[in-house]
Design a protein around this ligand. Structure first.
Ligand code: AKB
Length: 317
């Protein structure tokens, strides 16, 4: 019997992944948890601060949890506001999940990592799986350390912990918060509302990105793969597509020809400059059959169609 706990379930990815897990395993077998649960959420939920190990343990025991998807974290841009607090929260929540899982024999754990683990020393094009990791942000440092800690728990205690280095995630269902890739979601909202967009990155900043449907498929595919196929226990590189602000703007302009963009780079430009242009995810493809489905124009079509529906509904209410 699978009983899943999702931490950070109200976040950008958590909102969508929790629903998919409910569809797959049954609404009563997924426990959503976060500091705030949205009033629209349907299913079983707990207000949970994962920095509190006793509170986490109580939920794990109460629901007889067998799997944890630990999504709660402070992202790259927001994390720079208070670096030590970011380190503390990101690491403490991970240690609490690892220790409670070890003590209570949790069968599978998902730990998301990020392209933020990469830094200035990488080859920026088709960045390999295992280059020297010198991240520029505290978020990136916490993910790099986290990758090594989950590998350690796997090797030392035989725990089944799996991980993906997420590119920037783009979806219509939820808004990101505090990331460097957030512009690529906001730009669609502005276009559909027929407003101008102020972009906090330069026009030519190429970054790896992925559509929400693809990232959800990848996560579930990784978690369902036979254990012997998971040969990398730090974290897998994952690629969907790569584009610049200018390219996404041009893609949107095919539907909204009057859409206008202004470039006003801020501190997030330095973070973006330290990340790859594109990623080599051949290990994920070989080991557990990963295959992305969406390119930029396909994603743009879906984003615009769905956001038009969303804003139409908002106006009706
Ligand atoms: C961020 O921009 O911080 C995140 C990420 C790439 O991990 N979206």
């Amino acid at each position: 019997m699978v009983k899943i706990l999702v931490t950070g379930s109200s976040g950008q990815l958590g909102t969508v992944l929790t629903k998919e897990l409910q569809k797959k395993y049954g609404i009563n077998n997924v426990i959503a948890s976060d500091l705030i649960i949205k009033p629209t959420f349907k299913g079983i939920s707990e207000i949970l601060d994962v920095t509190n190990i006793d509170a986490l343990e109580k939920v794990v025991l109460q629901y007889k949890i067998t799997q944890i998807y630990h999504l709660a974290a402070i992202l790259s841009a927001k994390g720079e506001i208070n670096p030590l607090r970011t380190w503390d929260i990101n690491m403490k929540t991970l240690f609490n999940v690892l220790e409670v899982s070890r003590l209570h024999n949790i069968k599978k754990i998902f730990h998301p990592s990020s392209i933020a683990v990469f830094g200035d020393e990488i080859e920026k094009i088709n960045t390999p799986q295992a280059p020297n990791l010198t991240p520029l942000t505290v978020y990136g440092m916490s993910k790099t350390a986290g990758e090594n800690w989950v590998n350690y728990y796997h090797k030392k205690y035989g725990m089944d912990i799996r991980s993906i280095r997420y590119p920037g995630v783009i979806g219509y269902q939820s808004l990101p918060g505090g990331g460097t890739t957030d512009y690529a979601v906001e730009i669609y909202h502005k276009a559909v509302k027929e407003e101008n967009f102020d972009c906090f990155l330069e026009a030519s900043t190429m970054l790896p990105m992925i559509f929400m449907d693809d990232v959800i498929s990848a996560t579930i595919q990784l978690m369902e793969a036979p254990s012997e196929n998971i040969k990398i226990r730090t974290s897998y590189n994952l690629a969907g597509m790569s584009f610049t602000p200018e390219q996404v703007y041009e893609s949107i302009k095919k539907i909204y020809p009057d859409f206008k963009i202004n470039y006003q780079p801020d501190f997030r430009q330095d973070i973006a400059n330290s990340w790859p242009d594109s990623i080599d995810d051949s290990a994920a493809k070989r080991h557990w059959g990963w295959k992305p489905r969406y390119d930029l124009d396909e994603m743009t079509n879906v984003m615009i169609e769905k956001l038009k529906e969303y804003y139409h509904l908002e106006i009706k209410i």
